[in-house]
Design a protein around this ligand. Structure first.
Ligand code: F0G
Length: 435
C-alpha cells in the first residue's frame, strides 16, 4: 500500500493540495481541509484482515487506529508514533439506560485511551505526520485533554512540544499529565478561544506544527473510532450516536468515518449524529436552531463547569454541520444540573467519565422525552474523557458543593456522601446495616 492516492481538499472551494503541503486551512479561501482519496479502496477482505490483526503482535496491528490503516493517508511502512491507542470498550449501561427511560444504551468509552481521552486516536496520526514533515516543534491550544495527549505523543516521538492553555481554567489532572510528559506549558490570560487564535498565528510562519483538530490529520485518526464501533457492533450501526461538542473535531471525525464506511460498502447506513453542548457554551446549537443560516456567531464568554467544552468559537463547525445534516441528526443543549446528574448515573454503572462526556447521557434523556429517540431504537453515547480527569468536580458533587458558573447551586440528586465514622467495628456495622 502507498499513499499516492491521497490528497488534501478544501471543503469550501474544493481546491486540492498535496499531502505534504504543510497547511491547516485552504491557502486559497481559508476553508477547512479534508483528506480525500482518488481511487476506491478494495474492501473485499478487509473485515477479515482487521479481525486477524487483533491477535497480531505488530504495533500497528495492536493500535485501534493503525489497524484500519487501509483508510489512513500513509505508506504501509511509515514509522508510527503510537501508545497503543484505540481498542476502547463499548459498555452496556443499564442504570444510565433506565435514567434515559430506554431499554438499552451503550457507552463507547474513549476515556480508556492511553492518556484518558479520545484525543489519542487523532494524536497518533498527527504526530506521525509531524515527523514525516520534519517538524521541529509541535504545539496546540487546549482545554486540557489535547494538551495531555500531545505532550505524551511528542515525548514518545522525542519532539519538543508547547501547549497553550487558559490559565486557571484547566483541571489539575490534565495539567499534571502535560507537565509530567515534559511539554512546555504556557498558561495565558484568556479563554480557550484566545489560546486558539494565538496558536494559529504562531503556526502560520511555520515555527510550530499545529496539531489541534483543525489539522486534517487529527481527524483521520479520530475517524477510525467509527470503524472500531461498527466492528464492535458486527457492522450494524446504531440508530443514534450522541457525543459532546466543543471545538467540533470529534463530531466531524465521526461523520467522516461513517461516510467512508458507507461509501466503501462496509456499512449500509449512517447513524444519526447528535451533538450536545452545555447551555452556557453552545454557539453551534444556537446556529443550528437558527436553521444554520447566515454568519456563524461565536459565543464571546462561554461558561460551563464542563471545562473541556468551554469553547465559544469552534473551528470545525462546518464539518460538524455536514455530519449532523447528512445523518439526519441534531444539535442540542443540556444544563449544568443535567450534566451533573447524568455524570453521577454513568458513575453508578461502574463506568464514569468527565463532565463534558456526561452531556451525552443528559442529551439522550432529553431526546427520549422529546420523542426524537424511540424506545425501539439503538443508541450509543461517546464518552470522551476519563472520570479521573476532573476529580474536583466529582468531590464537589458528592459533597453538595457544586456551583454553576452563574453561581446557581447544583442539587446533588445522586450524591454519594463520604461517611465519617469511628474505627469501632460496632459503628461500622451499624453504618453498613450488617449484623
Ligand atoms: N469531551 C472532552 C473530554 C474534550 O476534551 C473535548 C475537547 C470534547 C469533548 C469536545 O470535543 O472539541 O472535538 O468537539 N477538548 C479539547 C481540548 C478542546 O483541548 O482538549 P471536540
Amino acid at each position: 500500500m502507498n499513499n499516492s492516492s491521497y490528497f488534501q481538499r478544501c471543503i469550501a472551494c474544493r481546491a486540492e493540495f498535496d499531502l505534504a503541503a504543510r497547511l491547516y486551512v485552504c491557502s486559497r479561501c481559508g476553508g477547512l481541509l479534508d483528506i480525500d482519496r482518488r481511487d476506491p479502496i478494495d474492501t473485499a477482505s478487509l473485515r477479515e484482515v482487521w479481525r486477524t490483526r487483533k491477535s497480531s503482535l505488530d504495533a500497528r496491528d495492536r493500535s485501534g487506529v493503525w489497524r484500519y490503516r487501509e483508510f489512513l493517508p500513509f505508506a504501509d511502512d511509515v514509522e508510527i508514533v503510537s501508545l497503543g491507542e484505540g481498542n476502547t470498550p463499548l459498555y452496556d449501561a443499564p442504570r444510565s439506560a433506565d435514567y434515559c427511560r430506554l431499554p438499552q444504551v451503550k457507552l463507547k468509552h474513549q476515556g480508556c485511551n492511553p492518556t484518558g481521552s479520545f484525543k489519542d486516536t487523532g494524536m497518533t496520526v498527527a504526530v506521525t505526520q509531524a515527523l514525516l514533515l520534519g517538524a521541529r516543534f509541535v504545539a496546540c491550544a487546549s482545554t486540557g485533554n489535547t494538551a495531555a495527549s500531545l505532550a505524551a505523543y511528542a515525548a514518545r516521538a522525542n519532539v519538543p512540544c508547547a501547549i497553550i492553555v487558559p490559565g486557571g481554567q484547566v483541571s489539575h489532572a490534565k495539567l499534571a499529565q502535560a507537565l509530567d510528559y515534559g511539554a512546555k506549558v504556557l498558561e495565558i490570560e484568556g479563554n480557550f478561544d484566545v489560546c486558539m487564535n494565538v496558536i494559529r498565528e504562531l503556526s502560520e510562519d511555520g515555527s510550530v506544527y499545529l496539531v489541534n483538530s483543525i489539522n486534517p490529520f487529527r481527524i483521520e485518526g479520530q475517524k477510525t473510532v467509527a470503524f472500531e464501533l461498527a466492528e464492535q457492533l458486527e457492522w450494524n450501526v446504531p440508530d443514534h450516536l450522541v457525543m459532546p461538542g466543543g471545538n467540533l473535531g470529534n463530531s466531524s471525525a465521526f461523520g467522516k468515518g461513517f461516510r467512508e464506511l458507507l461509501q466503501s460498502g462496509l456499512i449500509e447506513r449512517m447513524p444519526s449524529i447528535t451533538v450536545v453542548q452545555a447551555t452556557g457554551a453552545a454557539p453551534f446549537a444556537r446556529y443550528y436552531a437558527d436553521d444554520a443560516q447566515g454568519d456563524f456567531m461565536n459565543e464571546k464568554h462561554p461558561q460551563t463547569l464542563a471545562s473541556a467544552i468551554k469553547i465559544g468559537a469552534p473551528v470545525s463547525w462546518p464539518k460538524a454541520l455536514r455530519a449532523v445534516r447528512e445523518t439526519g441528526g441534531s444539535v442540542i443543549t443540556v444544563t449544568e444540573q443535567e450534566i451533573a446528574d447524568a455524570k453521577a448515573m454513568i458513575g453508578r454503572d461502574g463506568i464514569g467519565c468527565e463532565p463534558a462526556s456526561a452531556t451525552t447521557v443528559a442529551g439522550i434523556r432529553k431526546l427520549v422525552s422529546d420523542g426524537v429517540i424511540k424506545e425501539s431504537e439503538t443508541v450509543v453515547a461517546v464518552l470522551t474523557g476519563h472520570l479521573l480527569k476532573d476529580t474536583d468536580y466529582v468531590m464537589q458533587y458528592h459533597t453538595d458543593r457544586l456551583t454553576a458558573p452563574d453561581d446557581a447551586r447544583i442539587t446533588s440528586n445522586f450524591a454519594n456522601r463520604p461517611i465519617k465514622t469511628s474505627a469501632s467495628i460496632g459503628s461500622i456495622k451499624s453504618v453498613l446495616s450488617v449484623s
